[in-house]
Write a new protein. Sequence first.
Length: 619
Amino acid sequence: MNNNEKLTAKETRTLIFRGLKIWWEARPAIFISIFLHNFTSAITPYVAIFLSAQIIDEIAGSQNRTNLRHLVLVALLSALILGLLVACFNRWKNIQMAELHRTHEKILGNKLLSMDFNSVDSHRIRDLYAQVDQNATYGSWGLLRLVHSFERIIRGLVSIIGAIVLTASFFTATVAYDAPLANLLNHPIFTIFIFVAMIIITFLSPYLSNKANKRHVNHAEELKFTNRFFSAVFGMMEPHRQTDVRMYRQDKINLSPIILRFSETKLAKDFSRGPIAILHTLSAAISQVFIGIAYLFVGLKAWAGAFGVGAMTQYIGSITALSQAVSSLFEAIGELVNNAHFLRTTFEFLDEPNHMYQGSLTLEKREDNKYEIEFKNVSFKYPTVDTYALKNVSMKFRMGERLAIVGENGSGKTTFIKLLARLYDPTEGEILLNGIDIRKYDYHEYINIFSVVFQDFKLLAFDLGENVASGVEYDEARVTECLEGAGFGERLATLDRGLKTRLYKDFDDEGIDVSGGEAQKIALARALYKDAAFIILDEPTAALDPIAEHEVYSRMNEITKGKTAIFISHRLSSCRFCQDIAVFHEGELIQQGSHDVLVSDEDGKYHELWHAQAQYYIE
């Protein structure tokens, strides 16, 4: 994103209104509560100023007790009613604002979840998402800023209207011509001069502030790296980092040279003692100059007898409030204009198109689960890479078979699985399900026939049963059966809270920490619970000890009964449980067959891999 690129007024308006529409659709109560709270809170001080001025004038003037009692009673009642309204609306607004960040995360999260996996997996989208997240987290820029600016604009508009009502008579009030400075104070040119000076100062303060914010916008790209760096540094405090931090004394890493280098950058100088700091300082100083002029002008007119003490209190309060409201309004408008650059980044992320054809053909619901998958001359390369991860792969496997996929690191095993599960589409060739290109099937119906346990699976800090079922409501008997089938039964029997046991201690001190092997068993149980036609396990026993591994594989016939099981494994001993083995090397399928056939081929890759591992088990 180039933040120095100037946006047209039309583009800016389009971005702002689109952002407001997103918020209105996601959480309209935010705008309603903000309007009601800021309307009541903005008019409250003006009502108090007006009634206070009337009371002071009554005390300084006729001192009529009846009028005074009425004025005091009205002042008290209005303060009570407005105070109650402000408190109620403020409570409602705070409840809505508390959901602001969660709603924002939901908007971004929904996009991520609906985006093609190949987009989510790309560096460009990850970088773009990081930029949007950083803008929101460290400066509330982007969609979040729209809500905050809307609040300031509403408050500013209501305050301006209230202030104009109370100050309208000030500039028309004249001084008796026998009073000191009467000719000067009554002269229209002097009044116009003071009025123009106030207007200039009123607009100059937000102008300088917005100029400072504009420079902040221009530094957004530079800030991205800085914020990521410090996030990584402070990430050493996260629980999963503590073992390494202590063993390698990472807490003693000297970050001073890096921090010093950052402090000498143009960005740091701008914030501390450069243009950004100077502009913010001038903005604050000029607003104080306005207050001084207002006090002087109102004081001179009051001294000359143009109005009484009560009116003087009213005018000083309302003129000062008017200036602050105008400054705040135009500063908020300036924020919106500067924020348009961040909105453009947000919408670039939200507008990322899905390129994968979703398909419309209904997947045949077969009671016998008879599905046949065929790869026909499939080649694939990742979007930003020129070399092929898979080259001209052709193979076929039927329902109920157990297929092992083996090969060295980088041979294309995981890529093969991602294509099978349609996380990616082939660059060349086609994948057929029962003779039909899988791209023609309804996308969600197709992926629903797969249960996959990837190497980087994630368990959440929720109940054990919820982790297995991937939902709050679940069949407890079936979850238990799946955990036992995955080899977690003995550990389950020791848990006092059973399936209600919370994993990890993020939200519950009584939560349990599970080992890598136990986590792998829970992930396997989750795959079983889905009860899909195809079970794909990417290194399913990598974290298990040999006994536990043998236990899992010994149960595979029962666990995968009637299903197709596909294993990716570096431990070739697991291949003996499979009917068919596919050997990949440098992106190509170079061998396929049973264990006995492949191991007998002394010139084959499988024979080489098998004996490379066997030497560690044979004396």
